[in-house]
Design a protein around this ligand. Structure first.
Ligand code: G3I
Length: 305
């Protein structure tokens, strides 16, 4: 196969990308998107500050631009993200207790209901666990409403769109030896045991020299999948360049291909110039939209080379 999406499809998987709606008018950007990717994640347009800038006042225009583009091209949408400690509008940051709990669950309900049938998977909660060795929840206004905020969000999302797959999404959970990974694993295991509606785990997969692709990445994926959920590499990018970068991408993709419930991969941007990273060349296309060694490594891996 000669595109990322068609090569992934050979093993029944999707290959997707984070999209910045305002760049869809760039023919190079949209051309690569339309040719190479089967699933889109609005990079910022579905976040809390974008969708509910004032309490009870919803703004879906920017996200609709991405969703409508995807629909026109028969692409699916990963919704990102309903509840996150970062990117909160000022009105939300000013609430606490039951008022906050009510507002955050209303946000989930309203946004998921608006996109009912048009978003195939949601990152319901993003980055709720602390970094480091504690394995503790991240302190946030949401967490301070009580430990059960995460499951409450999943229940609200299920009620609003029973067909959407509901994911928990986080970073630095790729290495099974890490406390944060183990804490997320325990939460998912507990949720599955108690019938909390969770269908998937998004491992963001932002790899760097300090956080490389683990040698046993496939085992981490397999461990989560064994809990009865799908796993997604939800925000894949790799700091670096050249053959070393290409090899890291190859190893990440190969790990997903080794685990049947690793149902898809999303890279976090199209061109290096589109990346969130202030510097570096972490993506599959260079700033002019030319395929890099990393692209070829991914395509060859997906094709089973
Ligand atoms: O839209 C405003 C624009 O009006 C303003 O002029 C400009 C300058 O202040 O800011 C623009 O908003 C920026 C937004 O991206 C859209 O470009 C924000 O400042 C900026 O903080 C935001 O960064 C995003 C970041 O999440 C924070 O939301 C990145 O693009 C995005 O790639 C990054 O993605 C996150 C995932 O959501 C979660 N996992 C980690 C990943 C990387 O941080």
């Amino acid at each position: 196969a000669t595109t990322l999406a068609s090569a992934a499809e050979r093993s029944g998987r999707y290959f997707g990308v984070a999209v910045q709606g305002y760049k869809l008018s760039d023919p190079t950007y949209a051309g690569i998107l339309d040719r190479e990717f089967a699933v889109v994640t609005p990079e910022n347009e579905m976040k809390l500050d974008a969708t509910e800038p004032q309490q009870g006042r919803f703004s879906f225009g920017p996200a609709d631009r991405v969703v409508d583009h995807a629909a026109r091209l028969g692409k699916r949408v990963r919704g990102h993200t309903l509840l996150w400690h970062s990117g909160q509008p000022s009105w939300l940051a000013g609430l606490q207790g039951s008022a906050l709990r009510q507002a955050m669950l209303n946000h989930v309900t309203q946004v998921v209901a608006y996109y009912r049938g048009r978003v195939h998977a949601w990152d319901v909660v993003n980055e709720a666990f602390a970094d480091g060795t504690s394995g503790a929840r991240r302190d946030s206004n949401f967490q301070r409403t009580g430990d059960d905020w995460i499951e409450a969000a999943f229940h609200a999302a299920r009620a609003a769109d029973p067909a959407a797959k509901l994911c928990y999404n986080d970073y630095n959970v790729e290495n099974r030896a890490h406390a944060k990974t183990q804490a997320v694993y325990r939460m998912v295991r507990d949720f599955r045991a108690r019938g909390v509606p969770i269908d998937c785990v998004g491992l963001q997969s932002h790899f760097t020299a300090n956080h490389p692709v683990p040698a046993d990445f496939a085992t981490t994926l397999r461990d989560f999948a064994a809990l009865g959920v799908d796993v997604h590499l939800s925000e894949l990018d790799v700091e670096g360049s050249g053959a070393t970068q290409a090899d890291s991408y190859r190893r990440a993709v190969t790990a997903c291909l080794a685990v049947s419930r690793c149902t898809g991969i999303t890279v976090w941007g199209i061109r290096d110039s589109d990346s969130w990273r202030a510097s570096g060349t972490p993506l599959l296309f260079d700033s002019s939209g030319t395929r890099k060694l990393a692209y070829t490594a991914v395509l060859d891996s997906l094709n089973g080379a």
